[in-house]
Structures are given as structure tokens and as C-alpha cells.
Design a protein around this ligand. Structure first.
Ligand code: ZN
Length: 122
């Protein structure tokens, strides 16, 4: 009967939609935790969704980066590195997948931690 064919097609469509849906879910970062590493060591781990607006400085071997948290986004506002790539990089915002902010001369990396709450400590 043709009815069974329709049921198979509907099942297939639901199946495909399910796969697309789960792919979309996995692409969205599940946390808003931003990790700040200086000289290869993680110095801060900040939850952007709860972070209050503030400005702070990160020093590495005498070089300074000024980091600003504003409206649940984080960016480098000032740096004494020669290239200023970190200053020009767009802010990392909560609930968005953003490119990491990297300052190679000052060995500073600010990036969104990937989803899974793996409870890393230390
Ligand atoms: Zn820089």
C-alpha cells in the first residue's frame, strides 16, 4: 500500500531533521566560560554571562595588555605589543562562537572554552 511508503518518507524526514538539529546544538558552545592564558598558563577563567563590567591589566615579562569586560563581552583595548593584532580582534561575546583573541608578542590568549563542563581545576 502507498500509505506505508508515506510513513517511511515522514520517518526519514524526521530522522534527517533530528540529525540537523543535533548538529546545530553541538555547534553552539554550551558554556560562556572564557579562558585567559598568559605565557601558556591559565590565569583567569571568566563566566561572561555573569561577569560584571571591568577593566584589568595583564602583564607578561614587562609587557602589558589592557582587557575590558563590557556587556558580557571581552576584548583587548590596549597593548604595548608592536602589531596590535589583539586590539584589532573583535570582542568575544557570550552566547556566540567567536575567534580567540591572541597577542603573540605578549603570549596572551583569550578564548571561549569549548562546551563540555569538564571541571578542570588548577
Ligand atoms: Zn597584541
Amino acid at each position: 500500500m502507498k500509505k506505508s511508503r508515506i510513513i517511511i518518507i515522514i520517518t526519514a524526514i524526521i530522522f534527517v531533521l533530528g540529525i540537523i538539529g543535533s548538529l546545530l546544538v553541538f555547534r553552539i558552545p554550551r558554556s560562556n566560560i572564557v579562558s585567559i592564558r598568559s605565557g601558556g598558563r591559565e590565569i583567569y577563567s571568566i563566566d561572561l554571562s555573569r561577569a560584571e563590567d571591568c577593566v584589568f591589566h595583564i602583564e607578561f615579562e614587562g609587557r602589558m595588555n589592557t582587557v575590558e569586560i563590557k556587556d558580557h563581552s571581552i576584548r583587548v583595548t590596549e597593548a604595548d605589543c608592536p602589531d596590535k593584532i589583539c586590539v584589532r580582534t573583535a570582542a568575544i561575546e557570550a552566547d556566540k562562537s567567536s575567534a580567540p583573541i591572541v597577542c603573540l608578542p605578549n603570549r596572551l590568549v583569550i578564548e571561549m572554552e569549548n562546551g563540555s563542563a569538564d571541571g578542570r581545576t588548577g
